[in-house]
Design a protein around this ligand. Structure first.
Ligand code: IPM
Ligand code: MG
Length: 360
């Protein structure tokens, strides 16, 4: 039996997470897995009831879980709060608490959605990229940080710092992933300007010595942004520090048609956390229009990485593919001739497809 901590969060978080849980239940039924779900507050909603975006009780629920399924946090209601208690701090603190340093963000095009992308069919057909984002270091967490008042008035400070062990461990994850895939790793940095990047490039190259079967390229981040839309098929695995990885993974998501499609896994040495890469989209919250596929595929990654149930994970991916092949679409990926469905209906269709198996 496995316990899954469910942190729906804010905005569309709860509605997409509900569908992910629905599909996980259907999958558990088919593959005879026993899953227990335990819900806890995180983000703005948690601040409203507990005065903090990451209540101790939520942390305790996560500590006892085998995996964490997270939705999204944030919204305009909480944007004026002091940074320390802003909803985003909830997820950042959680990543730090469990040392979830390796964030895997696969961007793979579903064939049925080739025309849903804003890029030309011939550019994106067959795109299959894995962004490996460093998640617990860099600008997000470096000290000093904050807004200070000095003789020249206010100044805002963030610190971009990476240590050797931090770079070594994320590089290793990226090389190992590349070994399991098409054996090509692109490391993204800004080594022509930043000292942290100079060290990053040197250490990634060193770690690469142990992976002679993997071809390693280095790209400056500005060039990487350009190449990603110019020739996305040239990429296999991309590894980047926290902020660059945040930006590049949104860009990679749009290659596949919608940010509503991309899941992620955040891994460390203990419990793993799974979340859609999209945010809380407060403008469409509660309207039953959000795309639950990223959340549902995050559930698949949870089965694969935390519960080692690869076959069950593959069944979810196949179910999503079949539902898209049949022409069902949420509004973000609609095209002429497809059938628009809401969040719940999309979840129902995918859960049904999981139960029916690949013969459906
Ligand atoms: C992401 C998000 C988060 C991040 C925000 C919500 C703090 O953009 O997971 O990509 O910047 O890491
Ligand atoms: Mg982001």
């Amino acid at each position: 039996m496995a316990t899954i901590a469910v942190l729906p969060g804010d905005g569309i978080g709860p509605e997409v997470t509900r569908e992910a849980v629905k599909v996980l239940r259907a999958t558990a039924g088919r593959f005879h897995l026993t899953l227990a779900f335990q819900e806890a507050p995180l983000g703005g909603g948690a601040y409203d009831v507990a005065g903090t975006p990451l209540p101790d009780q939520t942390l305790a629920v996560c500590r006892q879980a085998d995996a964490i399924l997270f939705g999204a946090v944030g919204g305009p209601r909480w944007d004026t709060l002091p940074r320390k208690v802003r909803p985003e701090q909830g997820i950042l603190a959680l990543r730090k608490a469990f040392d979830l340093y390796a964030n895997l963000r696969p961007a793979k095009l579903f064939p049925a959605l080739t025309d849903a992308s804003t890029l030309k069919r011939e550019v994106i057909e067959g795109v299959d990229i894995l962004v490996v984002r460093e998640l617990t270091g860099g600008l997000y967490f470096g000290q000093p940080k904050g807004i200070q008042t000095g003789p020249e008035g206010e100044r805002g400070v963030d610190t971009l710092i990476y240590t050797r062990p931090e770079i070594e461990r994320i590089a290793k994850v990226a090389f190992e992933a590349a070994e399991r895939r098409r054996k090509h790793l692109t490391s993204v940095d800004k080594a022509n300007v930043l000292a942290s990047s100079e060290l990053w490039r040197r250490i990634v190259t060193e770690v690469g010595m142990a992976f002679p079967g993997v071809r390693l390229d280095h790209l400056y981040v500005d060039n990487a942004c350009m190449q990603l839309v110019r020739q996305p098929k040239a990429f296999d695995v991309v590894v980047a520090e926290n902020t660059f990885g945040d930006i590049l993974s949104d860009e990679a998501a749009m290659l596949t048609g919608s940010i509503g499609l991309l899941p992620s896994a955040s891994l460390g040495n203990g419990v793993g956390l799974y979340e859609p890469i999209h945010g809380s989209a407060p403008d469409i919250a509660g309207q039953d229009t959000a795309n639950p596929i990223a959340a549902i595929l995050s559930g698949a990654m949870l089965l694969e990485y935390s519960l080692k149930a690869g076959t069950a994970a593959a069944a979810i991916e196949s179910a999503v593919s079949r539902v898209l092949d049949k022409g069902y679409r949420t509004p973000d990926i609609q095209q002429p001739g497809t059938q628009i469905v809401g969040t719940r209906r999309m979840g129902d269709l995918i859960a049904e497809a999981v139960r029916a198996g690949s013969g459906s």
